[in-house]
Design a protein around this ligand. Structure first.
Ligand SMILES: Cc1ncc(COP(=O)(O)O)c(C=O)c1O
Length: 393
């Protein structure tokens, strides 16, 4: 959590004093609707829908695009486990593709994972780093696949001047407590596609089309499966303040990351992971790339001994697919093999560790450091110089 304080407390108090919790309002706009309008304008996208979590945002997008049992969805090997769980929630099968040196899903690996059952690609802008969206969109266009951007960790980031999350068919965000903007929990899905928006709205609230407050959204009662992913105005009141803090949060982070990157760029045998558009990086994390995993491990130990918390990304097991593939196999059981007609052998969808050796090598050759928002610029420079000394020693 980067910034939260009195303004959020005041806005939440108003919601409670007015007893105004429900996301719909007959006259005027609810806190949820104010947020949806403001965020759509900020990201320059037509439709924005608040939901209860980032996972549910992905579920809405997948279900809205008609993805379900028997379909395969390609996701990166380096992502939070929720990306894959969202795919299994709609009954589809996540297929993990290795990442490239910039820690985004590799285009050649996506190509090698495509089968006749593939329906979508979910690039993940992991750690605030932009994925290679031009190549992904081109490949998706050629192979007739949907693209759902998992932007849970990259709110406000951009790729070639476009906000992350607004380039694919849908973009999904999380507002859980360690995200760039937070209300403790919450999610958002955005799209420019009206029909998809209406379906995702139904997913968010199965009774939404019947509510007179939504008569401007639905021209007719939409027959589409729906759940209950409505968010209360308390969450939205916090997010309305958080959104106003976004530019300052991103500027503060990038100023600090730039200082460290400038200092470390003087070291010859390391490089800094930049994603596919360094200028659009959210700068929440710094990734130092070494020539091999053993060097990364040794330098990481020295940095941590000096109280600089640089760690291999594999230290977060929920972020690397080889730590959670067994759980996925178990999740498929309800769909396997009866519901998923394509899955005929027990081993059809196992995930051999050997498939991820490239990712393991790339990821373990990096050390990740969380940019410290609370350090002054001077303190950040001191830290950067100390990091440089330790890495060079
Ligand atoms: C990359 C990624 N995808 C999806 C999610 C899921 O978001 P939530 O925790 O809000 O369900 C997260 C949350 O940490 C995430 O980091």
């Amino acid at each position: 959590m980067y910034e939260i304080g009195k303004e959020e407390i005041d806005e939440v108090s108003k919601v409670i004093i007015d007893r105004n919790f429900f996301r719909y309002k007959l006259n005027g706009l609810s806190e949820c609707e104010v947020f949806e309008n403001a965020v759509a304008e900020k990201l320059n996208v037509k439709y924005a829908l608040l939901v209860t979590s980032g996972t549910n945002a992905i579920v809405c997008a997948l279900a809205g695009l008609g993805i379900g049992p028997g379909d395969e969805v390609i996701i990166p090997s380096y992502t939070f486990v929720a990306t894959s769980l969202a795919v299994t929630i709609v009954g589809a099968i996540p297929i993990m593709a290795n990442v490239d040196c910039e820690l985004g899903i590799s285009i050649s690996e996506i190509e090698s994972c495509i089968t006749v059952h593939t329906k979508a690609i979910i690039p993940v802008h992991m750690d605030g780093l932009a994925s290679d969206m031009d190549s992904i969109m081109k490949l998706a266009g050629e192979r007739d696949l949907f693209v759902i951007e998992d932007t849970a960790q990259a709110f406000g980031g951009s790729y070639n001047g476009k906000r992350l999350g607004t380039i694919g068919d849908a973009g999904c965000f999380s507002f859980n407590c360690d995200k760039i903007l937070t209300a403790g929990e919450g999610g958002l899905v955005v799209t420019n596609d009206r029909a998809l928006y209406e379906k995702m709205f139904c997913m968010m609230d199965g009774s939404g089309p019947f509510n007179p407050c939504n008569k401007d959204i639905f021209t007719e009662t939409m027959p589409f499966f729906g759940m209950s992913m409505r968010v209360s105005n308390i969450t939205a009141a916090i997010l309305n303040v958080q959104l106003k803090r976004l530019d300052r949060i991103l500027d503060t982070l990038s100023e600090r990351k730039d200082i460290i990157v400038a200092e470390l760029s003087m070291i010859t045998d390391i490089s800094i992971v930049a994603g596919s558009d360094r200028s659009g990086d959210c700068s929440t994390k710094l990734h130092i790339r070494f020539s091999d995993p053993s060097i990364a491990a040794a330098v990481g130990a020295k940095l941590r001994a000096s109280k600089i918390l640089a760690y291999p990304p594999t230290m977060q097991p929920a972020h690397v697919c080889w730590k959670w593939t067994k759980m996925l196999g178990d999740n498929f059981k309800p769909y396997h093999p009866k519901v998923n007609p394509f899955c005929v052998n027990d081993n059809d969808y196992n995930y051999p560790m050997a498939k991820y050796m490239n990712s393991i090598d790339i990821i373990m050759s990096c050390l990740k450091y969380d940019i410290d928002y609370d350090l002054s610029l001077q303190e950040t420079l001191v830290l950067a110089k100390r990091m440089k000394e330790i890495i060079q020693a």
